[in-house]
Write a protein that binds this ligand. Structure first.
Ligand SMILES: Cc1cc2nc3c(=O)[nH]c(=O)nc-3n(C[C@H](O)[C@H](O)[C@H](O)COP(=O)(O)OP(=O)(O)OC[C@H]3O[C@@H](n4cnc5c(N)ncnc54)[C@H](O)[C@@H]3O)c2cc1C
Length: 243
């Protein structure tokens, strides 16, 4: 079922990513980790559909936030990050997904691992934890190209400054901030051993990002002793669909 969604705010997260707040007619509510399908239809009836994770925590208002990273040659993401304006109407279907979700009843340790825009559904989990005043221990390992590519920068910084809250570790693949203790590089076994929950405490792991990132991190978590069924994954591969 497609619902009408009106753009109510726009916020640039980075030079190439934008958060869009949508007010969705008759929104049934969602759980952190779920996504929606967004359909854009041109005046000649050509339409394109793409999936986008929900970044916001469940709330009593009919509002959801999406954060979209612009792909230079993409069909839909350049429109959503550059063209869409407040008051515009889109169509959304969802929420979709029942496996890659975190619910406030979960009290076990949680390990989140994000690559690039894969932070979006994990941010919904972090925000849900805060909204529910949950004390479930959360750790986030977030891989980005460079410091300018971090989404939700201030919120994550506040989180890592607050010792009682979730802990955040950044991993930079290309450019590191000055005085950063590690050279640039991909997440590897050493970084997992130093920053992720040890597997003996049996964390539930959520891994999200491009397909190759998800596969590599899943192998690392598994090699460090985590059971495969405790590792939940979401792949941001191409979702191209048009009519
Ligand atoms: C469950 C799910 C949730 C998602 N959530 C988000 C989200 O929160 N934020 C977000 O920015 N994106 C998200 N995506 C990706 C999104 O659905 C689109 O694939 C992306 O925005 C590209 O669409 P496009 O029309 O701009 O590019 P297209 O015109 O579809 O593709 C252009 C080119 O880029 C390649 N490509 C397509 N998608 C990707 C990708 N994700 N990474 C690298 N190359 C790609 C294509 O193969 C093609 O060569 C999600 C995908 C899934 C499956």
């Amino acid at each position: 079922m497609w619902r009408v969604a009106t753009v109510v705010t726009l916020h640039d997260e980075t030079a190439t990513a934008r958060t869009i707040t949508l007010e969705v007619q008759d929104w049934p509510g969602h759980v952190a980790g779920q996504h929606v399908d967004v359909r854009l239809t041109a005046s000649d009836r050509y339409s394109a559909v793409r999936s986008y994770s929900i970044a916001s925590a469940p709330n009593s208002r009919s509002r959801i936030e999406l954060t979209v990273e612009r792909l230079p040659n993409g069909e839909v993401s350049p429109y959503l990050t550059q063209e869409v304006a407040i008051g515009d109407r889109l169509e959304v279907r969802g929420p979709v997904g029942g496996w890659f979700v975190w619910r406030a009843e979960q009290t076990e340790p949680i390990q989140l691992v994000a690559g690039g825009s894969g932070i979006v559904p994990l941010m919904a989990m972090i925000r849900s934890r805060a909204a529910a005043v949950s004390t479930a221990p959360f750790r986030l390992l977030y891989s980005v190209r460079d410091p300018g590519a971090i989404f939700y920068r201030d919120e994550l910084r506040a989180l890592s400054d607050n010792r009682d809250s979730a802990s955040v570790t950044f991993a930079y693949t290309r450019t590191i901030p000055r005085d950063w203790p590690r050279p640039p590089g991909r997440i590897d076994a050493t970084l997992v051993a130093e920053t992720a929950w040890p597997s003996v405490i049996v964390p539930t792991c959520y891994v999200c990002g491009p397909t190759s990132f998800v596969e590599s991190v899943t192998n690392l978590l598994s090699a460090s002793g985590n059971q495969r069924e405790k590792i939940k994954t979401e792949r941001f591969g191409s979702t191209g669909e048009h009519t």
